[in-house]
Design a protein around this ligand. Structure first.
Ligand code: DC
Length: 225
């Protein structure tokens, strides 16, 4: 099987649309690998903040992206051999990730690293530009979204459960700011790619969304036999 024949399910969508949970469950159901591309941007943000690098300093950020010393496993993610699975999920790094993600040279430096996750028997990848830039030949493309209010409520519940001190008004504002930044940037902006299937999860639960994606995928698999 050549690399281009290895199936990819590409899932894009705005912050807190539930992409991560859904993509992981779809990958488990199919026995596929899973790429959470947002973590790469979060890791760069974490490394930049720790090294006191300005989030507008494109050259230094590109350098971090090129030399990013990270390992992904079922247990989580490491940065220079240190487990950072929990810390990268903090809102601070999500917001900073959305800022560093605006730089084209940094994005370019991450492309091959992301494509290397495409391994047999298949990959489920989630992010903002999986359908348009990283895996334009994906077998199935999904654009997952939900109303901004529902996304804020879901994120609030998730952070409360983790014991974080959170405020729904601030979360709503952060999500709106990230939506704007991720959608208006000139390079690889968040938008529904042509050929991708829109799923609005506002009134759906996780199982329904996962089953819908699996149904789409089995339709494609049947057609290609
Ligand atoms: O999916 P996430 O919340 O972990 O992503 C954090 C930020 O990283 C997001 O606000 C924008 C950026 N990002 C991106 O630009 N492209 C991707 N493929 C994934 C994330």
């Amino acid at each position: 099987m050549t690399i281009n024949n290895i199936p990819v399910i590409a899932i894009d969508g705005p912050s807190a649309s539930g992409k991560g949970t859904v993509a992981r469950l779809v990958s488990e159901a199919l026995g596929f690998y899973y790429l959470d591309s947002g973590v790469l941007y979060r890791l760069i943000a974490l490394e930049a903040i720790q090294a006191k690098i300005d989030l507008n300093d494109e050259e230094s950020l590109e350098n971090i992206a090129i030399h990013l010393d990270t390992k992904f496993s079922k247990r989580g993610v490491t940065l220079r051999n240190k487990d950072v699975t929990g810390i990268v999920r903090h809102e601070t790094y999500g917001n900073a990730a959305s800022k560093v993600a605006q730089h084209s040279r940094l994005r370019e430096a991450l492309i091959n690293r992301q494509r290397a996750f495409r391994k047999s028997p298949g990959l489920v990848a989630d992010g903002r530009d999986m359908c348009s830039v990283v895996f334009p030949d994906a077998t199935l493309k999904i654009f997952l979204t939900a109303s901004v209010e529902i996304r804020a409520k879901r994120r609030y519940k998730q952070l409360m459960e983790k014991g974080e001190d959170v405020n729904i008004t601030m979360i709503l504002k952060d999500i709106k700011d990230r939506d704007t930044r991720d959608s208006v940037r000139s390079v690889a902006p968040l938008k529904q790619d042509r050929g991708s299937n829109l799923i609005d999860t506002t009134f759906m639960d996780v199982t329904e969304v996962v089953n819908k994606i699996l149904d789409h995928y089995s339709e494609i698999s049947v057609k290609s036999i």
